[in-house]
Design a protein around this ligand. Structure first.
Ligand code: GAP
Length: 433
């Protein structure tokens, strides 16, 4: 388990504008979260890194962005309409409804009563809705519980438009929705969350080596997120616990503050989904090898990342506490490519127009170069450094009276707190390196 406390992460996220409770001003809506100005930048940086790594930097990937609402037949064919269930029990004392496997020692976590639960019943986690003005069975639809089906339903379109060679992958980033019985542990178990998914289409003969390649690529990506290797663990999921479509699953677990828990999944989905589409629609899902050999329905390896779980793992990995000049400091040692703000620029004193003017000049130059640069003149310089440390800003630039004399500024490093005098003309390269 992580040594970082969940309450420290939650409190930092709220205080500094990373993540807020959804609909908070109206009393909240359980299992929903809103990203504030810094959280949205952090999340976008993670998403961008994923898309660049797995789509843009490769020749075998095709991105899609499918509709969230899909024909109800998708969910009948995929097995979700009948099988996407969690076992639910009700406390006979306080009527709380709980996921059976979340109940410990037969004790109700809400009222504390022991041993007074109803028999478990299966609860389907899909959010239902109706499409169009008539509310009947024919207009029934669902908010998608996984982005994957929007990939499978477009497999044939991509095959027909791009004639890819096998193996090739299709990738999608988007929202997924699950009516979790008990959302909990901050954003870890939410009812609305983001997924970054790949369906990688392969020749079934190659599934074992292809699976192993993905294990390696996932570890490389988690390195880029700055997760310490010793906090990431592979769990070979036993057959009884695997999703209905999977013949092999590895859960990549992370040492979260609440416990070691699933960060992402890697599944061998076989031809389960394409086979179901072929059966349900009568359409041919076969791939025709260009060498004229026998057509076949490809099998699928699926790496499935949860965005919120990645955000939380990044925050937990980056959260540090130390002592600076006799005072306790907490800071986020985020990898530079994920930090919401790369550089903060401050005048030493905000009531000296000549310092303010120069600080604005430097700010504009850096903003043009890096984009995510913040002008910060709130409070005294010590407070600004602490605030920037807490939000994970790797570099702080301070303009003082010497700047006006000799054109140098103070460049401060977040992790070491060391300060260097440096010429304005050298700032961009010092920050880039
Ligand atoms: N398409 C495969 C699939 O959806 P999953 O294991 O059910 O597989 C994949 O979900 C990932 O989505 C999980 O590893 C996790 O990162 C994320 N995820 C699932 N349920 C979640 C929830 N309630 N809140 C936040 N993330 C969730």
């Amino acid at each position: 388990m992580s040594e970082v406390k969940l309450e420290d992460i939650v409190s930092l996220c709220k205080r500094r504008g990373f993540i807020y409770q959804g609909s908070e001003v109206y009393g909240g809506l359980a299992g929903t979260w809103d990203y504030g100005p810094l959280g949205v930048e952090l999340k976008r940086n993670i998403i961008h890194l994923w898309w660049k790594t797995f789509v843009q930097d490769r020749d075998d990937m095709y991105g899609v962005d499918a509709a969230i609402l899909m024909n109800q037949k998708v969910w009948q064919a995929s097995g979700h309409a009948t099988g996407f269930n969690d076992p639910m029990v009700e406390c006979k004392n306080c009527k709380a409804r709980l996921r059976q496997d979340h109940v410990e020692k037969d004790k109700c976590p809400v009222c504390g009563t022991v041993g007074k639960f109803s028999e478990p019943r299966q609860f389907n986690m899909m959010f239902k809705t109706n499409v169009g003005p008539v509310e009947d069975d024919s207009s029934l639809s669902y908010l998608r519980p996984e982005t994957a089906q929007g990939i499978f339903t477009n497999y044939k379109n991509v095959l027909d438009s791009f004639y890819p060679d096998l193996p090739f992958g299709m990738a999608q980033i988007g929202k997924a929705f699950r009516n979790e019985i008990s959302p909990r542990d901050f954003v870890f178990r939410s009812r609305e969350f983001g997924q970054m998914e790949i369906e990688y289409f392969i020749n079934p003969d190659d599934w074992k080596p292809e699976f192993e390649k993905w294990v390696k690529e996932i570890h490389e990506f988690l390195d880029k997120l700055g997760l310490p290797k010793n906090m990431v663990h592979e769990l070979e999921v036993p057959e009884a616990d695997r999703a209905h479509y999977s013949e092999r699953t590895i859960d990549f677990e992370f040492d979260y503050p609440h416990k070691r828990d699933e960060l992402l999944g890697l599944a061998y989905r076989t031809d389960f989904d394409l086979g179901n589409i072929a059966k349900a629609t009568g359409k041919n899902m076969e791939y025709r090898p260009k060498d004229g050999s026998k057509p076949f329905v490809p099998h699928v390896i699926e790496p499935s990342f949860g965005i919120e779980r990645a955000v939380m793992a990044v925050l937990v990995s980056a959260y540090k506490e130390d002592e600076v000049e006799g005072e306790k400091r907490s800071y986020l040692a985020l990898p530079e490519h994920l930090a919401p703000v790369k550089v903060a620029v401050s005048p030493l004193l905000k009531n000296k127009p000549e310092l303010v003017k120069k600080a604005h000049e430097v700010y504009k130059t850096l903003k043009k170069e890096f984009g995510n640069v913040m002008y910060d003149d709130n409070g005294n310089i010590g407070k600004r450094y602490r605030r920037q440390d807490e939000i994970g800003t790797p570099h702080c630039v301070t303009i003082d009276f010497d700047t006006l004399e000799d054109g140098t500024v103070t460049l401060r490093n977040r992790d070491t707190t060391k300060q260097n005098r440096i010429k304005i003309a050298d700032l961009i390269s010092a920050i880039t390196n």
